[in-house]
Write a protein that binds this ligand. Sequence first.
Ligand SMILES: *[C@@H]1O[C@H](CO)[C@@H](O)[C@H](O)[C@H]1NC(C)=O
Ligand SMILES: *[C@@H]1O[C@H](CO)[C@@H](O)[C@H](O)[C@H]1NC(C)=O
Ligand SMILES: *[C@@H]1O[C@H](CO)[C@@H](O)[C@H](O)[C@H]1NC(C)=O
Length: 515
Amino acid sequence: MLKIFILFASLASLACASPLYVHERRSEPPSNYTDLGPAPADHTLTLRLALVPNNMDGLHEKLYEISTPSSPTYRQWLSKEEVEVFVAPSSETSSNVKNWLSSNGISYETVSPAGDWLSIDVTVARANTLLGAQFSTFKHKETSAQIVRTPSYSIPASLKGHLDFVHPTIAFPMKPKGGPHLISKLSTLPKVKRNNLAGEAPSSCDNSFTPSCAQELYGIPTTFATHVTNQLDVSAFENEYASQSDLELFLQAYRPDLEGKVFAVEFLDGGENIQSSPGLEANLDTQYTVGIASNVTVNFVSVGNENVDDLDGFLDIVNLFLIQNPTPHVFTTSYQWSEYQVPFSLANTLCNAYAQLENVNPEIAASFSSGGFSNYFARPSYQTDAVNSYFAQLGSEYAGLYNASGRGIPDISAAGYNYVIAWFGAFDLVYGTSCSSPLFASIVALLDDELAGRGQPPLGFLNPLIYSTPQAFNDITAGSNPGCGTEGFPALPGWDPVTGIGSPIYSALRTAAGL
Ligand SMILES: *[C@@H]1O[C@H](CO)[C@@H](O)[C@H](O)[C@H]1NC(C)=O
Ligand SMILES: *[C@@H]1O[C@H](CO)[C@@H](O)[C@H](O)[C@H]1NC(C)=O
Ligand SMILES: *[C@@H]1O[C@H](CO)[C@@H](O)[C@H](O)[C@H]1NC(C)=O
C-alpha cells in the first residue's frame, strides 16, 4: 500500500513538472570545502527565493537623479514606501512563482516588506526534484563545519525573468576579511601636540595618529553634534566585540571633552558583545567614530553567525536597516571580500539592497578595498570623466590585465597608518584601510548634523557629489598598489584606482553640501 502511494505521488509530480533549465551553476566548490556525498534525503532545507523586482532600473535611475548635485530634485530622498514600489515584484511575477510552489504542494512565507523574498522549507529529496539539483554535504577543511549545497540548480522556463535566484544553493559561506593590523604595543601614551593650522598635522602624527591628527589634517571640527536622529551605525562581523572601557580610556587620553560617551549596541543573527574579549577592528571602529563624530549617537551592530543570507550577515544587516524608520543615514563597514568570492546574483542583490537604503552612503565599505576595476559592475556615469582622464594618463600600461569597462574602485581615501587605539586597557598602533572607513563616516555624520540643524536632508548617496566636487578632496598623486606581480596602478593627478578622488577637506565639503 505504502509503495503504491509513493509511486503514485512521484508519478503525479512528474506529470505536472515542466522541463527545467539550468539557472545557476559553479564548476567546483571553493578549495576549502570537501564534498562528503549526497545530503540525507529527509534533511530539511530553508531556501529563500529572490523574485525579480518590477523596476530596479527605475530605482537606479531615480537614485542617480536625486543624488546628482545639479539635479532639481537633489537630496529629495524617497520614502520607504516609494522605494518599495520599485522593488516589489509585479503581480505577474508573484503569482507565477507562488503558483509554481503551490502546484508542487509547497507552502511559502513572504519575508521582506516589498514582497521580493519568499522562504520555503523543503526536504533535500523535494528540493532535488523541484530544482533538478544534487544537494550534497560539504565539510570545511579547517573548521569542520558542514553545509548542504548543490553544484547547480534549474527552474522551469516559465519562471525565467520572474525568479531571480534561489539561495543557498551554489554560494558557499566565505569569511570576509576585516581587521586592521597590529604594528606595535605602546609602553607610553603617545602625546600629540596640537597645531593650530587646519590642513597641516603636527609631525608627531607621522608616528602616532590620533583624533587630533585627523581633526588637524582634514579640518574636522570638535563642535558637538546636536541631532538625536543623526545616528552613525558601525557594523561588526566575525565575533569582533567592542569594549566600552577601552573607549573610556581612549576618550580620557584623546578626547577628554567627550569623556563618558558610550556607544549603543544592537544584536543581529545571534550576535554578542563580550566585554572580556574586545577585537582590534571593533575597538578601532567605535573609538574613531565616537572619538571623531563628537556627540553623534554611535550604534554598534554586532552580527552573529546565525545568518540567513550566506553572506556572513552582510545582507541581513542591510535588511535590518531597511525595516527601521528612519533608515540610518551613515553606516560604516570595514570588512570585505574579493569580488570573485561572491556569486554575481548575491553581489547584485546586496548592491540593490544598498540602493534601497539610498540616503545612506553605500560605498564606504567597497571604497576602502585595494583598488582596481570591477568585473561585475559596469562603470557608473558619475565616474566616466574621472576614469577616462586616468586612462589617458596611464596609456597602454597593463592593457588587458584589468577590465576597463568596470566600475573603478575606490572613490576616496583617508589616512590609514599608525592609528593609536586602546585595547585590553593599553594603547597600540594599528594600520589598514579599516582605519579610514570610520573616520570618513564620522565626517559625513558631522556634515549631516549641520544639515539637520538647517532642516535639510542628509547627504545620502554621496558618489555623484564626490565626483562633481573634486575640490573638496586633497588629490593624492604619489604611490601605487603593488599586486598580481606588478608595481600596481600608479596614483596620478585626478581620480586613480589607488586613492580615488583623494582625501576629504571638511571645509570644502561643507561648501559642497551647501552649508
Ligand atoms: C581557505 O584556506 C586557506 C588555506 O588553508 C586559508 O588561508 C583561507 O583563509 C581559507 N578561506 C576561507 C574563506 O575559509
Ligand atoms: C548631544 O546630542 C544630544 C542629542 O543626541 C543633544 O540633546 C545634546 O544637547 C547634545 N549635547 C551638546 C552638548 O550639544
Ligand atoms: C568586465 O566588466 C563588465 C561590466 O562592466 C562585465 O559585464 C564583463 O563580464 C567583465 N569582463 C570580464 C572578463 O569579467
